[in-house]
Design a binder for this molecule. Sequence first.
Ligand code: AMP
Length: 133
Amino acid sequence: MATVFEKIIDGEIPSTRLYEDDECVVILDINPVRKGHALVISRKCYPTFTDVPMETLSHMMEIARRIDQKQREVLGAEGTNIMINNSPASGQEVPHLHIHVIPRTEGDGRTPVMPKERYEDGEAARYGELLRI
Ligand code: AMP
């Protein structure tokens, strides 16, 4: 079954398009964390970050950076959250790779984006051992 983003790319569902090329399409998120929140979507449907070829991801990051610059220039964004939710456990709702670019300003009330937890004594070292690459 086609994802909502495939339908948007095919023009079956309307969207506000900001950019497109052979590799990706950029639209406004319909439910923005802040107005101007953009999604850089791979034109081909890779379900997750883990599946996408590195060249495509790298190109999408380049486009995300251009969107970041534009949000700073025209919206007065002082920062951005550049985010990929990777698989449903992380909160990914649409199984079609996309990068969120969310414009932020000081004191906009959206921080912290995610709550944090603390390591017990010795735990960080153990996680370090497990995760070193
Ligand atoms: P994620 O949770 O990372 O998969 O994000 C999916 C995003 O897609 C959410 O922020 C939704 O608000 C957004 N979204 C879902 N449907 C549409 C749509 N028709 N047009 C624009 N954005 C959408």
